[in-house]
Write a protein that binds this ligand. Structure first.
Ligand code: ADP
Length: 342
């Protein structure tokens, strides 16, 4: 349903030089599916979100929705007598408070979206639709008369979701949408998202720096590092045996519920910090931090290649893993055992 092809976004800055926020990102998401986009801060997740919802244009690359190139033309198609709105991709922010006008009642904030997009023709229709949207996100109709500061963080996030739903999108991009919420509220909003996805047939791209959060909601995940996707696959495949050393490290930082399993589990950490995206390392971008790095890793950037059994859609970009045909989770353990006796 969504296909992102070779997306590049470079920012020219004063002082810092050219920032490689995205460097050739490709992935696809099927209808009704949730793709988790994960990686540490600065790896390009929010940039990808802004490009997906067309707040910014990429330096190069394509974004297709239902086979239609979103970047070509740019006008909503209107055909025949009736208006046919193209289905869209909408963004839900981490902090809806920042995007809600403090002086505007919730009902007016939602109504504004309906009016701007000409989705309602009169005041009664507008009121009815506002009520429907509030109900959809599990808020009482009276919420329409409230101001943003009178709502809790969870309620505001529900308004953020209602506002995105107002234009009947095909896809929601959720950028750290649950990160600011308390654990119990987070679980409620996560359940709401799961219900909305089912009932409205939505497709989600769920962005988070926290792999532990993504696992509750994503069918597949794409792991990003310094502007590139280093691994993509079904959640089960990737979490059972992370193929990329970076994914293995992220995964080992996620606590496991079973304390016995947790205690027996080796921690696979990586050294150092994410380099500046204005000066990405040559070759594999992860090589300066990678315990498995070989000479080739500093000169050739590995392509994202199929990994493991055919037909799973699992892909990884790592020379070492591809030549060994073993996931990094295995290789890192073996590497550690080899070096622990020294
Ligand atoms: P993430 O969401 O994963 O934290 P971002 O997409 O925000 O990552 O940022 C990716 C890189 O691009 C970072 O190095 C960031 O500093 C840089 N960046 C993002 N937006 C801009 C911008 N408007 N101008 C210059 N650099 C930017």
């Amino acid at each position: 349903m969504i296909e992102v092809r070779d997306l590049v976004k470079h920012y020219r800055t004063r002082g810092r030089g050219t920032v490689h926020a995205l460097d050739g990102v490709s992935f696809s998401v099927g209808r009704g599916e949730t793709l988790g986009l994960v990686g540490e801060s600065g790896c390009g997740k929010s940039t990808a979100a802004r490009l997906l919802v067309q707040l910014e244009r990429p330096t190069s690359g394509q974004i297709l929705l239902d086979g239609r190139d979103l970047l070509a033309g740019g006008h909503r198609s209107r055909s025949g007598r009736g208006r046919r709105r193209s289905r869209t991709i909408q963004l839900v922010f981490q902090d809806p408070y920042a995007s809600l006008d403090p002086r505007q009642r919730v009902g007016d904030a939602l109504g504004e979206v309906l009016t701007v997009h000409r989705l309602v023709s009169d005041a009664a229709g507008r009121r009815r639709r506002i009520g429907e949207l509030l109900e959809m996100v599990g808020l009482p109709a009276g919420t329409a008369d409230r101001y943003p500061h009178q709502l809790s963080g969870g309620q505001r996030q529900r308004i953020g979701i209602a506002r995105a739903l107002a234009v009947e999108p095909a896809v929601l991009v959720l950028d750290e949408a649950l990160s600011a919420l308390d654990v119990s509220v987070r679980a409620e909003v996560m359940n709401l998202l799961a219900r909305l996805r089912r009932e409205l047939g939505l497709t989600y791209i769920f962005i988070s720096h926290d792999l532990g959060m993504v696992r509750h909601i994503a069918d597949r995940i794409a792991v990003m590092y310094l502007g590139q996707v280093v691994e993509i696959g079904s959640w089960d495949t990737v979490s059972d045996a992370p193929a990329h050393p970076y994914t293995a490290a992220l995964n080992s930082a996620v606590p496991v519920a079973d304390p016995v399993v947790e205690a027996a589990r080796p921690a696979l950490t990586v050294r150092g910090e994410v380099p500046d995206a204005a000066r990405p390392p040559g070759g594999c971008r992860f090589h300066p931090r990678c315990p498995l790095a070989q000479p080739i890793c500093s000169s050739v950037n590995p392509a994202l290649e199929p990994f493991g059994p055919a037909g799973t859609g699992h892909r990884v970009s790592c020379h070492v893993v591809e030549s060994a045909q073993r996931p990094a989770s295995d290789l890192l353990l073996a590497h550690r055992q080899e070096h622990s006796g020294e």
